[in-house]
Design a protein around this ligand. Structure first.
Ligand code: ADP
Ligand code: MG
Length: 347
């Protein structure tokens, strides 16, 4: 497998996803002026003119990113598109096309792929995106879906992860933690079902959580809203891995610190009650849960009045100098350093 047999072996799980990407891409030399941004943001940014092209790709693997025992294929198709569109919106852009590549084992009949594509087509229709190509191949085990999304943004509107400045406000859309809890609820029902196949799933109290896990919506509306409010964020990222790791991406790339106030983190009532029931801390779930596909962005303080009244947007803190680090200010007014969360699967 390795060309140099004497080389020592480093376990990937010891490095983690972000360090691995950094390691593999650190020596890339860009050959083209038109590659404005390569590795390191939610999308690559390409172009020579006032209109830039955005490109992003994500790979979903059965057993790692989805479990077909509770993920209907139609939802999976829809979600696979959302995951990609979310990255385009995180650049303040609009998504135009996708390509879809799949690898499937012979366990899947035609009808299964029709369902998957019903979800993909629905996402394309809802979000006005054209499906323009892809690739189809077989796999020895399970299903893999790789979607690439292509979008565009006016040069003057593009927002990177690296533009946050001290005193900017840190803003998050929607609410956090529900998708992760939805997954926990579905996992629990799966275990009940494995013991007793006649058991009826009990999901009524968790409908919002399950919907957030199975049918996330990318925040196209926020890009439009910010345009209408005439607010251009100074930095932006989508929340796919959990609030804490996205905050750290912005801080690292912008070379700043931040203060995030625990009591400002937006949580749905169902998240709060389910956390109580499961005896887990709702802040931990919001910080580390992931798959929310909300947007996290920073704005200059003078834009505060423009966003203040909007129920979709919560100011959760502000940007500080780099040497102050990334801090969570707890309800008890303690300062805790924000660390990247430790879910072991690579996302
Ligand atoms: P996101 O969660 O926003 O999709 P990722 O954390 O997956 O972003 O990726 C971070 C950056 O690293 C992106 O610019 C992505 O294109 C790049 N990247 C990820 N994996 C690879 C890889 N295997 N080779 C080259 N670039 C990669
Ligand atoms: Mg992203």
């Amino acid at each position: 497998m390795l060309e140099n047999k004497s080389e020592s072996r480093t376990s990937l799980s010891d490095i983690g996803e972000f360090k691995l990407i950094e390691h593999l891409t650190k020596d890339i030399i860009l050959h083209h002026k038109s590659t404005i941004k390569g590795v390191g943001d939610d999308c690559a940014v390409l172009g020579n003119s006032d209109k830039l092209t955005l490109v992003t790709t994500d790979l979903l693997v059965e057993g790692v990113h989805f479990d077909l025992s509770y993920m209907p294929l139609k939802h999976l198709g829809y979600k696979a598109v959302m995951v990609n569109l979310s990255d385009v919106y995180a650049m303040n852009g609009s998504a135009k096309q996708i390509t879809v590549s799949i690898a499937v084992s012979n366990r899947f009949p035609l009808e299964a792929l029709e369902e998957l594509y019903a979800g993909i087509h629905l996402a394309c229709k809802t979000y006005k995106v054209d499906l323009v190509g892809g690739d189809t191949t077989s796999s020895t085990k399970g299903m893999l879906i790789s979607i690439t999304a292509i979008g565009e943004v006016e040069k003057k509107n593009v927002v990177y992860r690296n533009g946050a400045k001290p005193n900017d406000l840190l803003v998050v859309t929607g609410d956090l933690g529900a998708a992760y809890l939805g997954l926990q609820v579905l996992e629990r029902e799966k275990q009940v079902f494995e013991v007793n196949p006649n058991a009826q799933p009990e999901l009524e109290n968790y409908n919002y959580l399950v919907e957030r896990q199975l049918k996330p919506e990318a925040r196209k509306d926020i890009v439009e809203l910010l345009q209408n409010l005439e607010v251009k964020p100074t930095s932006m990222i989508d929340i796919s891995d959990g609030l804490s790791s996205e905050i750290l991406h912005i801080c690292k790339q912008s070379k700043v610190g931040c203060s995030v106030y625990e009591d400002k983190i937006p949580l749905d009532q169902q998240v709060i009650s389910t956390c109580e029931e499961f005896n887990i801390d709702s802040t931990t779930v919001a910080l580390s849960g992931g798959e929310d596909y909300e947007l996290l962005f920073t704005i200059a303080q003078e834009d505060f009045l423009k966003i203040k009244a909007n129920p979709n947007l919560s100011v959760i803190g502000h940007i500080t100098e780099e040497n102050e680090g990334a801090q969570l200010i707890t309800r008890g007014n303690q300062k805790i350093e924000i660390i990247a969360q430790g879910w072991n699967t690579m996302s």
